[in-house]
Ligand binder design. Structure first.
Ligand SMILES: [Zn+2]
Length: 213
């Protein structure tokens, strides 16, 4: 029933456009007064986290079967692991389908992969990237030394100075509004310590912030 619905609704552009497939975590479901719901999926690609933002007009796409035994549809919730299928229309991603799915992360590059019960995950993401270009994943406490709002070429951003006792190193990442952590960064207090998850570049200097909490 659900499948047929997608097929009819999306047939025209699915038939002549590439379909993309990502595994990720729902981090925003936000209905607005314009009639659509902003759905944001956070997905890991090799050594990076990206957000896919959809404007969803068809609320049926935001629901899943309550159980395998019934046909009752229940809404997806923030924090759920999902698989999304989408295409691009004028460079905007268009949601085609969303289903609940268990996710595993590659232990090397953290790519979001379909959750499988196998011992070893096959990850195409980092297999194609030379080892010397691999970044190092960190999830460690850092102290905020300074915080400056600056205007960059495309948007405003917050330049941070963070000190990691663990690495005995200072980092100066810039957090832009499209970063998942932006709101947390706006409210950060100088001298306080926060947990920082992210990637350190192979040269050990640059920190790419994924999340701060
Ligand atoms: Zn990988």
């Amino acid at each position: 029933m659900q499948g047929a619905h997608f097929l009819i609704q999306n047939f025209s552009y699915v038939s002549n456009m590439a379909l993309f497939n990502s595994y990720g975590l729902i981090c925003e479901i936000n209905p607005n007064t314009k009639g659509y719901t902003r759905l944001t999926i956070s997905t890991n690609i090799p050594f990076k986290t990206k957000l896919i933002k959809f404007n969803v007009w068809d609320t049926l796409l935001l629901k899943k079967l309550g159980s395998t035994r019934s046909s009752v549809m229940i809404p997806f919730k923030v924090g759920e692991e999902v698989q999304v299928e989408y295409s691009y229309k004028n460079s905007y991603p268009q949601l085609v389908s969303m289903v609940a799915s268990r996710i595993d992360n590659c232990p090397v590059c953290f790519s979001s992969l379909e959750g499988i019960d196998a011992q070893r995950l096959e990850c195409d993401g980092c297999r194609l990237i030379p080892e010397e270009e691999h970044k190092k994943r960190v999830n460690t406490q850092m102290q905020v030394v300074s915080k400056t709002l600056k205007q960059y070429s495309n948007s405003a951003g917050i330049k941070l100075e963070l000190f990691s006792e663990n690495d005995n190193k200072a980092f100066a990442p810039v957090i832009f509004p499209n970063n998942f952590a932006f709101q947390t960064v706006e409210n950060m207090k100088i001298k306080h310590k926060y947990w920082v998850a992210g990637w350190i570049a192979p040269n050990g200097k640059f920190l790419d912030v994924v999340d701060i909490y």
